[in-house]
Design a protein around this ligand. Structure first.
Ligand code: ADP
Length: 158
């Protein structure tokens, strides 16, 4: 069974993330969406990691072969622990590419068995980011435009 990990902050999970996940599911039998958080820093992030997981579960309830987990530390360590050799990352811009290619090369050096697969953003979602969603939420705008169907973010936005 071909399994990949799709790691990220997902603070929160957006239509852009959903789009990358759908594309990844065409390549892999199973995709594990892994919410990364920094175990040593309290209060980092807008939503707690557990809430981010709930949002992703809500967003992906109609997709088969998706699992959601949290992790802290190096993504390659999570891959090794789970015996998974593929990391999925989405690319929106050349800036994403520059950052991501450096990370993938460092990961390759540390763990040669692990491969990073880049999936380009669909044109209609390439401007969507968790940062935009958080700004919209903070200022009382309609964030549902940028969220996957079925996600009721206001439930979590206290
Ligand atoms: P991180 O903090 O690890 O970058 P994010 O939650 O911001 O976590 O993003 C997770 C992954 O999803 C990254 O690979 C990012 O480039 C990608 N991504 C984010 N938004 C989009 C989008 N709109 N389209 C495609 N990929 C995206």
């Amino acid at each position: 069974m071909r399994t990949a990990i799709f790691p990220g902050s997902f603070d929160p999970f957006t239509v852009g993330h959903y789009d990358v996940l759908e594309q990844a599911l065409k390549l892999f039998d199973k995709v594990i969406v892994a919410v990364g958080y920094n175990a040593t820093k309290k209060g980092n992030g807008y939503f707690d990691p557990e809430v981010r997981v709930k949002i992703i579960e809500e967003a992906t309830k109609n997709l088969n072969n998706v699992e959601v987990c949290t992790y802290s530390g190096l993504t390659i360590r999570l891959c090794q622990k789970l015996g998974v050799n593929y990391i999925i990352r989405g690319l929106r811009t050349t800036t994403d590419f520059e950052l991501e290619s450096v990370i993938s090369q460092a990961n390759k050096k540390m763990a040669p068995e692990i491969n990073t697969i880049f999936i380009p953003a669909s044109q209609e979602y390439s401007f969507v980011s968790s940062t935009v969603v958080r700004d919209v939420l903070i200022h009382g705008g309609d964030a549902s435009l940028f969220l996957p169907e079925g996600v009721d973010i206001e439930k979590y936005n206290q």
